[in-house]
Design a binder for this molecule. Sequence first.
Ligand code: SF4
Length: 354
Amino acid sequence: MAKAPEIPLQLVEEIRSKALSAPRPRSLTPGQRDALFEKIESLLKQKNAVLITHYYVDEQLQILTDATGGYVGDSLGMADFGNRHPATMLVVVGVRFMGESAKILNPEKRVVMPDLVADCSLDLSCPIDSFSAFCDQHPDRTVVVYANTSAEVKARSDWVVTSSNAVDIVAYLHGRGEKIIFAPDRHLGNYVQKKTGADIINWQGFCVVHDEFKASELRRLMQEHPDAQVIAHPESPAEVLAMADAIGSTTQLINAAKASKAETLIVATDFGLFHKMHQAAPDKKLLAVPTGGDSAACVSCAHCPWMAINSLDNLAAVLEDSQGHEITIEESVRRNAMVPIERMLEFSRSQGKV
Ligand code: SF4
């Protein structure tokens, strides 16, 4: 499979430094947490707002979202839910590209986020100018981008995919004889190419969480737990995926945990997913794949630093005063970005996947 040029070292360093300096929420006493739950619940009603929350954020936010009739799930489900729900304000608890996707699909609604600083290293590793210039050099190729990209990159693409439908969509395009540029995640692109045999040029972006999972450490953990099964997200390195019993999106991993006969599961994804996985498979012991090796430092340590910015405090604050927290997208960009997202949603709906 052909590769796009490596991400410039300076950009890699910038991304690592942003990840390391992401703000951390304070820890709460049970009393403070209960008071914030009550306040947020009442503000959601007042503002006709609903929470749309990703699996990787703090479990208290997931519990609150479930309790208030919102949605907890992966980026595909989040986009679909926001599109169908009648609330006039969507509060996206995740990272910025998720808020942008909600706004692209729902221009008439207000879309707010607890903190717009919540970035994503995949989005950051695919700047629109260099990506667009690269696409211009390959006008014969269909441009397929992962949901973890900016509105501008989506607007430059033909298709948007998520980890739950990337293989199906690329297989469909390959079946039509199309050659592909896949961006931005190098590991997901590699996995999709292997599964479909498609002709892909793969952008070299990375997720700071999944990229850090180490095959050597996983091997050691598997020796300690010989009866365990390994389940992995396809943003993980190929050597980790090669050892996995099941590979899939966050929702697919929850289903795999439920279906597994093993008592212990070794999980290669952000440990924020453990909350829903425990609910779905309460009898299972869940272990995270080690990240940096025994002596090395890790940037994420299996938890996304930008997902971790979301807290009950900043959620309550944005509901009280959303100034400076609202997602806005230039209308021509929004319209162009909507086309490949709707294409993806239609494809997934036609397959009964959302
Ligand atoms: S876990 Fe990785 S892919 Fe997901 S938001 Fe964080 S940096 Fe982006």
